[in-house]
Ligand binder design. Structure first.
Ligand SMILES: [Zn+2]
Length: 377
């Protein structure tokens, strides 16, 4: 996911942090710190454990405690994700990475549409881990009460453990809301997918997810909660993307690159002046051309390549000065879904089709989407 960086790895799976998670720690520390007096009453009532608040309220203490709780929350989210990954690995689902986001984590899978029999336990184990972590903290609350004399230090510990207990139980409940692609939504899809084709199950789960996203967004605006608005945004985008991928995979399941590629392909030579490329784009309405030299493909020249050079410099240049050299190509027998995946991974709109380095056609995103539209009727 864009905007993430690596902090370490576990079982060979890289753990990434999304920038939203870095923002959330100080925000949470601040919110928790600010509300400390309020939550002292709440928590002491909730668990029936009297809290000595001497150390809780003076000076910066609420914010230091808030920071501690925020990091505890971070650890809880990480455990939740690791649980997903362990079950995934056991079921043979490869996991690329774990990304910690504002509201939890995302375990990025090689194949985003696993067998429902695998997806169900995989999705459930995360929230169940959060519940277990939450209950463990609540047990600690009573452990402190039983083993320590009541006092300011015990009060501090009881408060922190109770807070973390409640947060993890909240994570359990929140993640089970059937808002695809959150865990609860995945549980819903796995449940539906046992009764109908995966693409239909995904569409229903994604529609329910979008519904929740809209509700979260409205509530977020009414409560002035930027966190809830951000969550709504992530759910909406995630549901839209995942259901599109599953729909395309279904509609294009038996289509190869060779079936829909355009040929013959208009090519240019490395020596063609860049000026002529611009004219050619105007005339043909194609925004990219393979560059060939004696029948072999040596590069691609696209509008994006032209943008890299300022107009005055283009005058004296040839295609070989601006073209992209390491070109992604596919053989005609490759599934069209591979082409779509490569296009989104490399952010390109067209892929040359080659046999032994010889250009035989070209497949574009626009052509693939036309096939999708045709197959939908
Ligand atoms: Zn989860």
């Amino acid at each position: 996911m864009k905007g993430s960086f690596k902090i370490g790895s576990i079982f060979g799976i890289p753990i990434l942090i999304h920038w939203t998670f870095l923002v959330i720690i100080p925000i949470f520390a601040w919110i928790i710190g600010n509300q400390i007096t309020l939550t002292v009453d709440l928590l002491s009532n909730t668990f029936g454990v009297p809290i000595d608040t001497t150390y809780l309220t003076p000076g910066w203490n609420p914010y230091i405690l808030g920071t501690f709780v925020a990091f505890g929350l971070f650890a809880g989210v990480l455990l939740h994700e690791i649980a997903h990954c362990i079950v995934a690995k056991r079921s043979g689902v490869p996991i690329h990475s774990i990304t910690l986001l504002v509201f939890g984590g995302v375990s990025s899978m090689e194949d985003s549409t696993p067998d429902p029999a695998v997806e169900l336990p995989m999705a459930l184990v995360g929230p169940l881990t959060s519940l277990a972590v939450g209950l463990a903290f609540i047990i600690l609350v009573y452990g402190v009460q039983a083993s320590m004399a009541a006092g300011p230090l015990a009060g501090l510990l009881v408060f922190a453990f109770a807070y973390l207990g409640l947060l993890n139980v909240f994570l359990f409940a929140f993640n089970l809301i059937p808002a695809f692609p959150m865990d609860g939504g995945r549980v819903l899809r796995a449940y539906l997918a046992k009764r109908m084709p995966l693409h239909r199950a995904t569409r229903i789960a994604a529609d329910v997810g979008k519904g929740f996203a809209v509700i979260f967004g409205i509530v977020g605006i009414l409560l002035f909660s930027p966190i809830l608005i951000l969550i709504a945004f992530f759910i909406y985008i995630g549901a839209t993307q995942e259901s599109a991928v599953v729909r395309y995979a279904f509609l294009l399941r038996d289509v190869t690159v060779g079936d829909i590629m355009a040929h013959p392909v208009m090519t240019v030579s490395p020596q063609t002046p860049v000026r002529e490329i611009v004219d050619l784009m105007y005339v043909t309405k194609h925004l990219g051309f393979p560059v060939t030299d004696r029948g072999q493909i040596v590069g691609m020249v696209t509008l994006a390549d032209l943008h890299k050079v300022p107009p005055p410099d283009r005058e004296a240049m040839q295609v070989r000065d601006v073209m992209t050299r390491d070109v992604v190509t596919l053989p005609p027998e490759a599934p069209v879904m591979d082409a779509l995946r490569l296009m989104s991974a490399h952010n390109i709109g067209r892929i040359p089709v080659t046999v032994d380095g010889r250009l035989v056609g070209i497949v574009t995103r626009t052509d693939i989407l036309k096939v999708v539209e045709l197959r939908e009727i």
